[in-house]
Design a protein around this ligand. Structure first.
Ligand SMILES: Nc1nc2c(ncn2[C@@H]2O[C@H](COP(=O)(O)OP(=O)(O)OP(=O)(O)O)[C@@H](O)[C@H]2O)c(=O)[nH]1
Ligand SMILES: [Mg+2]
Length: 1126
């Protein structure tokens, strides 16, 4: 990078109002990187001839090979318009679903976005996702409709048809923004209503009618929509290097035709036509069958250009056009055999896409200084916390955000959205730079000296007599000189070696943006983790302290010195001394302090930024191991680095001891494995087949049997009979009645629990899944209440909790569920999963999980029974791994119906016993269950007391271990048996996919789908094209290689993207055996041919090393040997 350009960018970084931070977002393959190439070429970083071919920002080898972007990367560009110089910090993002977390990291650092849409494919699933992401982060989008050349060359549309097609695309995009906007307006309106109601409660609003549309009418949304006349739409063909907004044509024609450009601006897009006779622009082109202005003045020009250059190759016409446009084309291009070369040579001069896009960006997107208060509050208030519940000093920082000032006094606030690995060779400090004039002069001088010395030495060797020493140069002296030379060489070699090793090390650079202040090299800053709590820290730290002081340690806060600052220039980095507010930058030397993302500030009052919105769920997991077991430490180190370098990948060690890598999809998995092999671990590794997750559930007894026949009474009897038979399978001490109630007593006979498993309605399971965050907040509140503290919860979140409760109630109707919502004891597994524990114990009232909603009411204090926690812990354990194949449960409700305790010692004697038990305590220590029980029950002091009570009372109890442990185990077992007493089913993770295919290959797509147990939900034809869009669901278990297979079978015409959507019950019963005649006929005696659930279950059991019941050889009549001469 040239010295002058760097200077220029550094100067521009200080002019906050002239900075634009933006990212390019789109569905996969819509041309983001190609467009970025054109913009990069406008700065002379790459040649304009290579723009679109190089894909400069796709710097990884696999990105180039596969042709898709896999990471977001930034580049700084400058642009001059209307006498103003702008600095554009551009971030290119990937469009493939697997990398959507990279999009989140990019969107957070920007103020605006260029949304690219393919003119042929239109709005695709990822287009909707990225529009939503931009919306959630409150950043402003502009639109580029790309690949217009495809309408001309591929679809062969006329200019009129293309106009209608483009209108449709705009409508589609606006429909998406519209739906986002409406939901927000309605939400805000509801909020306002609630506020108004609470402020004037009894003001006689009896006759008020709820008018839902009122909010929409009041709010001005015209700014939101994309429309060419508003200047936020560019039509482009990035590959051919052209693009325009209607402003450009308005200017052009206003001079030519003498019409004011403001009039043209309003009429160039829309239902207007030119009345040549009256020399007027009239409305109603469509009804009168006239050519709209846009077609006549804009599209026709482009169509005739393509016609002359590409289709007809009419040299004369081309030359005429070129001269009339006043362009210069090299004769080399004119003679080129590929017409596209000539085309892009002409178009990139006539309507350069970079000019159109960059001027739109500078005009329409906000500068960092225009950050809205709403966005700042959103960034600052984490999770359930209210902005106004933050400490005062923290709230004051809002002003710093809004000012975006680069003053000395302004606090430094920086957000790091991801860490990315850089080869140390690529770091500017390790790169060879061109020498400056002074350095060259110095070197020349040194060389001259050396030469002079050598000459002097050779002269003295020729006539030794003249030497000062008297001419005696002993061999020893010579030898010693040699030795020292050799030594020198050796040490040099050594230092080179260490330098090489140092060079091999991965360096991490933080991808960040400054929101306030100036960050400088060598500055001391606080690094705040996502869980940092400013109010706690402010209490712990002395007032007015800075990161340079010696401070007591505070959780989730670290002190660090800014090592290096970089300007991100795509494939290169440039070193900087300081970066002022409003800029995107790279920070070096933070790898010890930041795992994936963090907030960096000079003020301890700074809150951590809200976590990034990740759209993808990591779901594909594989176990990895090194090819040579001795290389395990390298693998572990490599996995740690990978974890840091990827925003979405998760690395963990499973209970089984395997090292597991969890990724968002197949392509992501491949990239992670490649990175691990070649970059982070640098060893050969082998990866297992993807580990497919399942869930276990129970269902209502089915009404039809496996051959779809109504289950007659007779069969029902048979089933009941079977259940009775199974009774004998249960171990001693467990009773199961015909309704599925399981009663189990602890080994010491002190407690008995009765549990029943009930399937939850599907909607309830979905509700639980969708509201994990709320449940977590509720859980946190209960935990605080347990410790007699209160947690301040945001009003909006409280409303959401109330809403959640109402929805649960409306979905849990019927006699069976009466009062169920009030009686919820816990959610599980991990306290927030999609299973419920119900308290149906007669006479036991415990604090409700909805406590946070009842704060004002202050109900009478409910009594918590001793060991309440043990029951809940047993439930957590049972839901974490089910009896079918130790996978988590889902959609199961465990209702505790009886819970009897036989505590024989009256409470009055407690005190004296407590004293005794102190002495008895050490005895328990060697029991293995103790530590377990302790963990589960750490917070319940009361249970400890009662435990000792029981221990002493029971006398012989000791041999069974601590009582709470026994109760946990008993509860877990009871849940498992209750689960088994119901019809059990596996649930499979499902992907949705949208496949675009032409009519010819449709049949083949269906064939692949049905082979892989996929189900087509919808099929429709894309308007204006000959493409079909098929929406389908497909089990994750069958999805590996799906995309490849589809691509191969359709010769690359259809390429699906798989997105995790939901869990689905597999209808077949894994434990089913044929009982009726028809079933024998239909499935055969073994009935193992089509039981998909059994196959899945056994595969999981086998992987986990669990017992698998299967017959290997059934009818071995004849031993088969492989004959050699066959
Ligand atoms: N016909 C035509 N093809 C284009 C145009 N722009 C891009 N392409 C082609 O579309 C393909 C994808 O382009 P990319 O720029 O890699 O797309 P992307 O949006 O960056 O893709 P991801 O980063 O993988 O999401 C390439 O083969 C380009 O040559 C265009 O204007 N017209
Ligand atoms: Mg790309």
């Amino acid at each position: 990078m040239g010295h002058t350009i760097l200077e220029k960018i550094i100067a521009l970084q200080k002019k906050t109002s002239n900075i634009r931070n933006l990212c390019i977002l789109a569905h996969v393959d819509h041309g983001k990187t190609t467009l970025a190439d054109c913009l990069v070429a406008s700065n002379g970083i790459i040649s304009s001839r290579l723009a679109g071919k190089l894909r400069y920002l796709d710097s990884r080898e696999d990105e180039q090979i596969r042709g898709i972007t896999m990471k977001s990367s930034a580049i700084s560009l400058h642009y001059t318009a209307g006498g103003n110089e702008y600095l554009i910090n551009l971030i290119d993002s990937p469009g493939h679903v697997d990398f959507s977390s990279e999009v989140s990291t990019a969107v957070r650092l920007c103020d605006g976005a260029i949304v690219v849409v393919d003119a042929v494919e239109g709005v695709c699933p990822q287009t909707q996702v990225v529009l939503r992401q931009a919306w959630l982060e409150n950043i402003r989008p502009v639109l580029v409709i790309n690949k217009i050349d495809r309408l001309i060359v591929e679809l062969k549309l006329t200019s009129q048809e293309a106009y209608t097609h483009l209108q449709k695309i705009l409508e589609q995009v606006n429909a998406v923004t519209g739906s986002l906007f409406t939901s927000k307006v309605l939400e805000e309106r509801a909020e306002k209503d609630a506020e108004a109601q609470s402020s004037c409660t009894e003001s006689g609003s009896g006759d008020q009618v709820y008018d839902w549309s009122a909010g929409l009418e009041e709010t001005d949304d015209s700014d939101l929509y994309f429309s060419p006349d508003r200047g936020n739409v560019v039509f482009a063909s990035a590959i051919d290097g052209w693009g325009f907004s209607i402003h450009q044509f308005a200017e052009m024609y206003s001079q030519k035709m003498g019409i004011r450009s403001s009039v043209l601006l309003k009429t160039l897009w829309g239902d207007f036509y030119l009345n040549a006779k009256a020399k007027k622009i009239m409305k109603g082109a469509q009804s009168k069958g006239k050519k709209p202005l846009f077609v006549q003045l804009v599209l026709d020009n482009i169509w005739s250009m393509y016609d002359a250059v590409v289709t007809r190759r009419d040299k004369e016409k081309v030359e005429k056009m070129v001269t009339s446009l006043g362009l210069k084309v090299m004769s080399r291009d004119l003679r080129h055999s590929d017409p596209k070369v000539l085309l892009s040579a002409i178009c990139s001069q006539w309507l350069p896409v970079s000019q159109a896009v960059l001027s739109m960006v500078c005009e329409k997107l906000p500068s960092p200084a225009e950050i809205s208060a709403e966005r700042v509050e959103k960034l600052m208030s984490v999770g359930a916390r209210r902005f106004d519940s933050l400490p005062e000093q923290t709230q004051e920082l809002k002003k710093a955000f809004l000012d975006c000032s680069a003053d000395e006094t302004a606090p430094v606030i920086v957000f790091v959205s991801k860490m990315f690995a850089v080869d140390s060779k690529a770091l500017p400090q390790n790169k060879q730079r061109p020498l400056t004039q002074e350095e060259i002069a110095q070197r020349r001088e040194q060389a001259r000296q050396r030469h002079a010395e050598r000459q002097a030495a050779s002269q003295s060797a020729e006539n030794p007599g003249s030497a000062d020493t008297g001419g005696v140069s002993t061999p020893a002296a010579l030898a010693s000189g040699d030795v020292s030379d050799a030594l020198c060489a050796q040490t040099e070699a050594l230092s080179v070696k260490t330098a090489v090793e140092e060079n091999d090390k991965e360096h991490f650079v933080a991808f960040a943006r400054v929101y306030s202040g100036v960050i400088r090299k060598g500055q001391k800053v606080f690094v705040l983790g996502p869980k940092y709590n400013p109010s706690l820290a402010l209490r712990a730290l002395p007032e007015g302290c800075s990161a340079a002081d010696v401070l007591p340690s505070v959780p989730h806060m670290a002190l660090c010195t800014v090592d290096r600052l970089y300007l991100l220039m795509g494939r290169e980095l440039e070193e900087l001394e300081e970066v002022p507010s409003g800029n995107v930058l790279g920070i070096g030397g933070m790898e010890e302090f930041i795992l994936k993302s963090a907030t960096v500030s000079t003020s301890p009052a700074c809150p951590p930024f809200t976590p990034l919105n990740f759209e993808a769920t990591p779901i594909v997991r594989v176990a990895v191991e090194p090819k040579h077991p001795s290389e395990m430490p390298k693998l572990v180190r490599g996995m740690r680095l990978l974890n840091q370098a990827d925003p979405c990948a998760e690395v963990l060690i499973q209970e089984t001891g395997e090292h597991v890598l969890v990724t968002a999809g197949e392509v992501h998995l491949q990239r992670c494995l490649d990175d691990l092999r070649e970059r982070f671990a640098k060893i050969e590794i082998s990866a297992s087949k993807p580990i497919i997750p399942f869930r276990e559930t129970v269902i209502r007894p089915p009404k039809v049997d496996m051959v779809n026949e109504d289950m007659g009474k007779q069969q029902k009897v048979a089933v009941i009979h079977q259940v009775k038979e199974e009774q004998t399978k249960y171990p001693e001490g467990i009773q199961v009645d015909s309704t599925g109630l399981v009663t189990l007593t602890t080994p010491n006979k002190m407690a008995t629990v009765g549990v029943r498993a009930i399937p939850l309605p599907e909607e309830v399971t979905r509700l639980l899944e969708d509201n994990v965050e709320l449940i977590r907040t509720m859980e946190q509140f209960s935990l605080f209440a347990w410790e007699d503290k209160t947690l301040d919860i945001n009003q909006k979140i409280l409303e959401n909790i109330q809403d959640f409760k109402v929805k649960l109630e409306s979905n849990l109707q019927g006699r069976k569920w009466r009062g169920a919502v009030e009686h919820i004891w816990a959610f599980g597994p991990r306290r927030c999963g999609p299973n419920i524990l119900l308290n149906n114990v007669e006479g036991y009232r415990r604090p409700s999980v909805w406590q946070c909603l009842e704060r004002e009411k202050e109900t009478e204090k409910a009594e918590i029974r001793d060991f309440d926690n043990s029951i809940a812990s047993g439930f957590q354990l049972a839901t974490l791994s089910g009896p079918m194949c130790e996978e988590p449960l889902m959609g199961v409700c465990f209702s505790v119906e009886t819970w009897d305790m036989k505590l024989s010692v009256p409470l009055a004697q407690k005190d004296s016993i407590d004293d005794d038990s102190q002495a008895a305590e050490p005895n328990n220590d060697d029991h293995s269950e103790r530590s377990d029980a302790h963990k589960m029950n750490a917070s319940s002091a009361s249970s400890n007391q009662s435990r000792s009570r029981v221990e002493v009372a029971g006398g012989s109890v000791d041999c069974y271990g601590p009582f709470s442990g026994q109760l946990i185990a008993a509860m877990k077992e009871a849940c498992r048996y209750a689960f088994q007493a119901k019809p059990q089913r596996l649930m499979a993770a499902m992907y949705t996919c949208e496949i675009m295919a032409t009519a010819e290959v449709l049949g083949r797509v269906y064939a692949v789908l049905s082979k892989r147990e996929g189900r087509v939900l919808q099929e429709e034809m894309k308007e204006g094209t000959d493409m079909f869009i098929i929406k389908a669901v497909l089990p994750v278990a069958e999805s590996f290689g799906f995309a490849d297979e589809i691509r191969k079978r359709t010769s690359g015409l259809a390429s699906p993207q798989l997105v995790f959507s939901h869990w689905e019950v597999i209808s077949s019963d894994p434990f089913w055996v044929p009982t009726t005649e028809e079933e024998y006929l239909h499935f055969g005696e073994k009935a193992d041919s089509s039981n998909q659930a059994l196959k899945y279950m056994n595969a999981v059991r086998r992987r986990k090393g669990l017992y698998v019941e299967e017959k290997i050889v059934e009818h071995a009549e004849k031993q088969r040997t492989l004959s050699k001469n066959k």
